[in-house]
Design a protein around this ligand. Sequence first.
Ligand SMILES: C[S@@+](CC[C@H](N)C(=O)[O-])C[C@H]1O[C@@H](n2cnc3c(N)ncnc32)[C@H](O)[C@@H]1O
Length: 296
Amino acid sequence: MVDNADVKTAIRRWWADFPMTYGEEHGNTEYAGQGGVEAVELGSREFFENADATFYRWNMPLHGPEGPFSRLFDYPRYRGARVLEVGCGMGCMAMNWARQGAEVAAVDINPVAVAQTRNRFSIFGLSGDIREADGETLPFESESFDFVYSWGVLHHTPGTKAAIEELRRVLKPGGGVGVMLYNRESLLYRFLVGWQEGFVNMERRWLKEVELASRYADGDRREGNPHTWPVTKREIREELFQQYQGVDIRVLGTDVPNVLNIWGPELGTKRLPLPRIKALARRWGWSLWITGKRST
Ligand SMILES: C[S@@+](CC[C@H](N)C(=O)[O-])C[C@H]1O[C@@H](n2cnc3c(N)ncnc32)[C@H](O)[C@@H]1O
């Protein structure tokens, strides 16, 4: 029986060893450029620019005239307000909030993420309160933030529900929440992980479902991702976000064209008509963007 504390130690260690660099391989600092693949130094300005370029490219449809991710985040509304990110990784999102004039706090469970987010803020001349902390037990007063968000994090912690409850605790009444969680009902999970790896390659014989999910999520095949448990829309509505008001779930399917390409060459990027791909992406995407608010 694995103890919760042991799982947390493993999570902290694994993400520190393989941080969210958006490199050619999970955790490395090599990026493809015009001159081929080049390694850059972790923590250099060049590193942050490369990591951001990849992260932004993966999420192209979410950017708008107000800046990166402005189709998700209402930056003008929270100018001067207190905003918290849980699981900030290399600070790719927190930086935009600081640039847009929010009073930013950001936490991550792994020390490399915290050191690098602080480093980023210093390189780009921004200020923020960046701390090492577990999203399941936040070091902040109740009702102290206007907006809280988390991107691709809370399915990696065993207490997903506790962390979502913690976000609500630190929100001011009427404050807003935005959380991205992986989707267990996605093309990627149902067919690539469940069908291909679990059934055809018979991995379910040796692995429990959560172990299978962890193995083929972030760090795919690198082995050792300690915990990843994607969620369903039903779980979001009936279990995880029950205490929030006005909950809305949007499926983000930027991964779908690439998943389709695994079935047939250029199936998702050239051969299927765009409206069909968009429809598939809206139904079968790997990411769920959940928004809501704390009741007043
Ligand atoms: C997939 S990365 C996402 C990072 C960042 N949000 C991004 O999109 O680039 C997951 C991050 O969650 C952090 N994490 C995992 N469990 C956590 C927890 N319980 N509390 C805080 N951070 C956690 C990891 O250290 C890692 O930096």
